[in-house]
Design a binder for this molecule. Structure first.
Ligand code: PBG
Length: 348
């Protein structure tokens, strides 16, 4: 019998040379050890709806995105569903704005109309309704504003302050209207204290206990929402949102915000924006067991598009890298304007 000892067997307890590159040698090896995968089921596609027929208004600062009339929205949703995207997130641009954002709780308002059309066109597509007042109010703030002469005026609070509790009542009312139209998930995005509890109570009280709440639990006052405010025609006419959205400098505070929303009955959580807040996303993933979404917002989309249009970044690779980073940090779902493109790129 030959004993194969061509190489001297070392008896010394010598450390092996550490060579992680062994596992990067080939496409096959790299795919075997890949830790994070993107699939169409990860994505939620945001859509903007406005009145009219046959309308596809390009949004200048968000190449490839449109304000759509209801008929066009239905087509867009069918396309997303065919691509395997499970959900859309709906934003309305009403014809009529007023101090209390009444189109948001009008059963024939733009979003209820759109939800009914989506449910006809693509019954299995999950419809998430963004629940906020900034698109609907004449002043562009996310709720009722403290102004002398107005119904809820409180002289103890500064003029122009967003009144918390009167806003809660309207959020509850509007959520029930969107649920009645067929929304599967209500996603309150205004960072109003108590919004999840108020919406849960309004939904349960009106027979919609099967409708979920996805809370924009940790939403920062971010410059990266810039292009969205063109898209949704919702910039505040005075001041900014820093009295309700979070300070970008704060990390521990996000845990407090999320814990409150969990206690109030949120079914799902969200961190927003995504890329500048991956530490927050990782913290939320570690500390809470609820499904968590990350919102890659309009400015994140716009900066990749703009750099790509200049030839400075490769669009497909940088978009997919941004998405894999968000998933790796802990997102179960990613709200992204790249959703349809990403599905096509992943299928190549
Ligand atoms: C409404 C809302 C905003 C976004 C989602 N919901 C704007 C804001 O808070 O000013 C931003 C989304 C994006 O930038 O893509 N409250």
């Amino acid at each position: 019998m030959t004993i194969l000892t061509q190489h001297p067997v070392s008896t010394a307890t010598q450390a092996p040379t550490l060579r992680p590159r062994r596992l990067r040698l080939s496409t096959g090896l790299r795919s075997l050890v890949r830790e994070t995968l993107l699939t169409p089921a990860d994505f939620i596609y945001p859509l903007f709806v406005r009145s009219g027929n046959g309308i596809r208004n390009p949004i200048k600062s968000m190449p490839g995105q449109f304000q759509l009339s209801v008929d066009q929205l239905a087509r867009e949703a069918e396309e997303a569903a065919e691509l395997g995207i499970p959900a859309v997130l709906l934003f309305g641009i009403p014809d009529h704005k007023d101090a209390c954002g009444s189109d948001n709780f009008n059963p024939n308002g733009i979003v209820p109309q759109a939800i009914r059309a989506l449910k006809d066109a693509a019954p299995d597509l999950v419809v998430i309704s963004d629940m906020c007042f900034c698109e609907y109010t004449s002043h562009g703030h996310c709720g009722i504003i403290n102004l002398p002469g107005e119904e809820h005026y409180d002289p103890h609070l500064p003029e122009g302050y967003l009144l918390n509790d009167p806003t809660l009542a309207l959020l509850g009312q509007a959520s029930a209207v969107h649920a009645e139209a067929g929304a599967d998930i209500i996603a309150p995005s205004g960072m109003i204290d108590g919004m999840v509890g108020a919406i849960r109570a309004a939904l349960d009280g009106q027979g919609f206990n099967h409708v979920s709440v996805m809370s924009y639990a940790a939403k920062y006052a971010s410059a990266f929402y810039g292009p969205f405010r063109d898209a949704a025609e919702s910039p505040p006419s005075f001041g900014d949102r820093s009295q309700y959205q979070m300070d970008p400098a704060n990390r521990r505070e996000a845990m407090k915000e999320v814990a409150i929303d969990v206690a109030e009955g949120a079914d799902m959580l969200m961190v927003k924006p995504a890329m500048p807040y991956l530490d927050i996303l990782a913290d939320v993933r570690r500390s809470f067991d609820l499904p968590t979404a990350a919102y890659q917002v309009s400015g994140e989309y716009a900066m990749i598009q703009a750099a790509a249009a200049n030839g400075w970044l490769d669009l497909e690779r940088s978009a997919l890298e941004s998405l894999i980073g968000i998933k790796r940090a802990g997102a179960d779902m990613i709200i992204t304007y790249f959703a349809k493109d990403a599905v096509r790129w992943l299928a190549k």
